[in-house]
Design a protein around this ligand. Structure first.
Ligand SMILES: Nc1ncnc2c1ncn2[C@@H]1O[C@H](COP(=O)(O)OP(=O)(O)O)[C@@H](O)[C@H]1O
Ligand SMILES: O=c1ccn([C@@H]2O[C@H](COP(=O)(O)OP(=O)(O)O)[C@@H](O)[C@H]2O)c(=O)[nH]1
Ligand SMILES: [Mg+2]
Length: 242
C-alpha cells in the first residue's frame, strides 16, 4: 500500500527509502544522515514501500482518454483514477465542495487544485496497487505543481491524445451520458481552457522527455495499437492478460 506522511514538508520526498539517501547526498554530511535515520527510527517518516508508477492521460475533451484508459487497465493492471469521475462523485455525495465543483464543471472551468489533488491522494493511499493511471489530470500548470508538492512523485509516462477539434466536438455531442458539460456552449469553453491551460502542461512534459503523443482519430483499436508499445517497454507493465 502506498502511504505518505501529510505533515512532511513539501520539499521532502514522500518516499522514505530514498529519503535518507537523498538527504545525505543533498547535504553530504554524516551528521545529516544520522539525523535522517534517527527521525525515521522515531517514526516521523513512514517507511516507503515502493515508488508508484504513475501515468498521466491528457488530451482535449472527447479525445478518448477514458475509453483508452479502460483498455490500458485491462491490459496492464493499472488502477484508473479519473479526476473528472472523482469530482462528479464528490458532487453526488453532497460534500461541502459539491456545489462549487458542480458550478465549475458546468462552466467548463477548472476546480481548485487542492480539491482535486486531495481526492487523488485519498484514492492512492487507500489502494494496494502501485500502478496508477490518472485520467484528465493535471489540466493546468498549477495542478501539476500541486501534485508534485503533495504527492511527490513524477509520472513515468504522460500520454497525450491528440485529436482534431471537430472530431472531439462530434464525440462529445454524441456521448449521451447526461453530463452537464456536454453541451455546445460549455464545450466551447472547455476547448479554450484546454488550449490556454492544458497545452502548457503537455509542452512541459514534452520538454522533460516523458510525453507520448497518440494520433487520437481512428477506431478505438487503431488508437490502442499506438498505446500498447509504450507500456510494454516498462518491466512493471507486463501484460496482466495475454
Ligand atoms: N476512437 C473513437 N472513435 C469514435 N468515438 C470514440 C472513440 N473513442 C471514444 N469515443 C467516444 O467518444 C466519446 C468521448 O470519449 P471519452 O473516452 O469519454 O473521451 P474523454 O475522456 O477524452 O472525454 C465517448 O462517447 C466514446 O464512446
Ligand atoms: O483535474 C481536473 C479534472 C476535471 N475537472 C473538471 O471536470 C470536467 C470534466 O472532466 P473530465 O476529465 O471528466 O472530462 P473529459 O475531458 O473526460 O470529457 C472538466 O471540464 C473540469 O471542469 C477539473 O476541474 N480538474
Ligand atoms: Mg473522460
Amino acid at each position: 500500500m502506498w502511504r505518505r506522511v501529510a505533515s512532511l514538508s513539501s520539499s521532502i520526498s514522500s518516499y522514505s527509502t530514498s529519503f535518507v539517501a537523498q538527504t545525505a547526498s543533498r547535504l553530504n554530511t554524516w551528521e545529516s544522515l544520522t539525523t535522517a535515520m534517527a527521525q525515521q527510527a522515531k517514526g516521523f517518516i513512514a517507511p516507503k514501500e515502493k515508488t508508484p508508477f504513475i501515468t498521466f492521460v491528457l488530451g482535449g475533451p472527447g479525445s478518448g482518454k477514458g475509453t483508452q484508459c479502460v483498455k490500458i487497465v485491462e491490459t496492464f493492471g493499472f488502477t484508473h483514477l479519473s479526476a473528472g469521475d472523482l469530482l462528479r462523485r464528490e458532487i453526488a455525495s453532497d460534500s461541502a465542495d459539491g456545489a462549487m465543483i458542480l458550478n465549475t464543471i458546468r462552466e467548463g472551468k477548472i476546480v481548485p487544485s487542492q480539491v482535486t489533488v486531495r481526492l487523488i491522494q485519498k484514492e492512492m493511499e487507500s489502494s494496494d496497487n502501485d500502478k496508477f493511471i490518472i485520467d484528465g489530470f493535471p489540466r493546468t500548470e498549477e495542478n501539476r505543481v500541486s501534485f508534485e508538492q503533495f504527492i511527490g512523485v513524477e509520472p513515468k509516462v504522460v500520454l497525450f491524445f491528440d485529436c482534431p477539434e471537430e472530431e472531439m466536438v462530434k464525440r462529445l455531442l454524441n456521448r449521451n451520458q447526461g453530463r452537464v458539460d456536454d453541451n455546445l456552449e460549455t464545450i466551447k469553453t472547455r476547448l479554450k481552457v484546454f488550449e490556454a491551460l492544458s497545452l502548457p502542461v503537455i509542452n512541459y512534459y514534452s520538454q522533460r522527455g516523458n510525453l507520448y503523443t497518440i494520433r487520437a482519430k481512428g477506431t478505438e483499436d487503431e488508437i490502442f495499437e499506438q498505446v500498447l508499445p509504450i507500456f510494454t517497454t516498462f518491466d512493471v507493465c507486463q501484460r496482466a492478460v495475454e
